[in-house]
Design a protein around this ligand. Structure first.
Ligand code: COA
Length: 260
């Protein structure tokens, strides 16, 4: 697929995916969602891609939400279908099996905050701003905000953000646990890449199963989640990577994981 609204570049195993509508602050119109869906397919299926960094074009915005022009024309059924399409793309991103970092360079509002929350790690530039302002438009979050935000920051703070529509800065987002780290805006991509390169030196099967256990475990009872964790632990014990990781430690050298 040729992208009109995304930049997609693979650099030494990392896919850099940039939402590229800077004149509209990278708002998610239907075309962006379609292209993001194709990008997620590539992340999931291409062996050359080991992890991804998602960002927005320009200095001002990660993603300023769903495209309000599109929303203004929707009725109840296409509105529901739009929400479900967006939700499905974000869920496939979240479960693509490879680590994804959101590098948040400015506004992450509405669908932008929801997209960032579907990533595994969020790194914010100092100028980042977050919010779920949908209620100001007479709608509620539709790309997972009502579900992921309380899971990340807790019900009380999530409801405050969703009901007031207030915008918070990077420091506040860090304080409530919405972002993992704040870095100088000029260093955002380099810092995101540095963290990703670190993750990519780990055993990829271990990283994949750890993400899966956290994701699935949040929907399970503690006992079910612990069983899932033990099953993953046992499965990983059958891999060459575990042999390599433990042997490398005992031999006081760096591990060289092969993902098998
Ligand atoms: N959908 C469609 N277009 C959007 C948009 C969105 N979510 N967010 C910004 N834009 C467009 C603006 O309409 C403007 O386009 P124009 O130049 O053709 O008029 C352009 O992006 C620049 O935005 P502007 O509002 O002029 O920038 P600003 O710096 O004054 O304000 C924001 C920035 C983010 C505060 C403001 O754009 C905003 O509130 N956006 C909507 C955020 C939102 O409600 N998102 C949730 C949607 S569900």
């Amino acid at each position: 697929m040729t992208y009109q609204t995304l930049l997609f570049e693979i650099k030494d195993g990392i896919a850099f995916v940039t939402i590229n509508r800077p004149d509209k602050l990278n708002a998610l119109n239907d075309q962006v969602i379609l292209e993001l869906s194709s990008a997620v397919d590539r992340l999931t299926t291409e062996a050359e891609i080991k992890g991804a960094i998602l960002t927005g074009a320009g200095p001002k915005s990660f993603v300023a939400g769903a495209d309000i022009g599109d929303l203004s024309r929707q009725g109840p059924f296409d509105g529901k279908a739009r929400a479900q399409r967006g939700q499905a793309v974000l869920r496939r991103l979240e479960t693509c099996g490879k680590p994804v970092i959101a590098a948040i360079n400015g506004f992450a509002l509405g669908g932008g905050c929801e997209l960032a929350m579907a990533c595994h790690i969020r790194i914010a530039g100092e100028n980042a701003k977050f919010g779920q302002p949908e209620v100001k438009l007479g709608i509620a979050p539709g790309y997972g905000g009502t579900q992921r935000l309380p899971r990340i920051v807790g019900k009380g703070v999530a409801l405050q953000l969703i009901l007031t529509g207030e915008m918070i800065d990077a420091q506040e987002a860090y304080r409530i646990g919405l972002v993992n780290k704040i870095v100088p805006s000029g260093d955002l991509l380099a810092e995101s890449e540095k963290m990703m390169r670190g993750i990519l030196t780990m055993g990829p099967l271990a990283v994949r199963l750890a993400m899966e256990a956290v994701d699935q475990g949040l929907e399970m009872t503690l006992d079910e989640g612990l069983l899932l964790e033990a099953n993953h632990f046992g499965l990983l014990a059958a891999t060459s990577d575990m042999k390599e990781g433990t042997t490398a430690f005992l031999e006081k050298r760096a591990a060289n994981f092969q993902g098998r």
